[in-house]
Design a protein. Structure first.
Length: 144
């Protein structure tokens, strides 16, 4: 393997470059606009204010109950798609069975859409002959 030859460092050129950068930065931070009409002086611009980041809006991924999927199917799906523990997935399965819906995740819109689509594409329950396909899932904005 051929080793690259190190280039000599010209410290004077590096120092000149740093000086030019410092001069440009100083010129950027000041303006030659007069502070008052008729005043030929320069004024310093205010430092840019720090932008405040707002958290992204959150959305619920909601799983809907039906009579065509077993608890095992729901648990397997939630473990695979949402990395839930078996206990957490079983609690969601019980909730969707008794309440009709369960919120399986609260996340950004893009990820909520992805997770909803993954649920819709998970396929039919192999343990039930009458299973027509995947479970129903929707997304809705989470209250702030």
């Amino acid at each position: 393997m051929i080793q690259p030859t190190p280039l000599p460092i010209d410290t004077r050129a590096s120092q000149r470059k740093l000086n030019r950068m410092a001069t440009a930065l100083t010129a950027f931070n000041t303006t030659s606009a007069p502070t008052k009409p008729g005043d030929g002086g320069t004024s310093v611009m205010d430092a840019p204010t720090e932008t405040k980041r707002r958290p992204a809006p959150q959305y619920h991924v909601i799983l809907h109950n039906d009579d065509f999927h077993t608890y095992q199917y729901v648990v397997r799906m939630l473990v695979q798609l949402f990395r839930k523990t078996i206990e957490q997935a079983f609690q969601h399965a019980c909730e969707v069975d008794t309440a009709g819906v369960t919120i399986v995740d609260t996340t950004t819109l893009e990820r909520a859409e992805l997770k909803r689509d993954q649920i819709l594409a998970f396929g039919k329950d192999p343990e039930l002959q009458a299973s027509p396909g995947s479970m129903c899932a929707t997304i809705e904005p989470a209250p702030e």
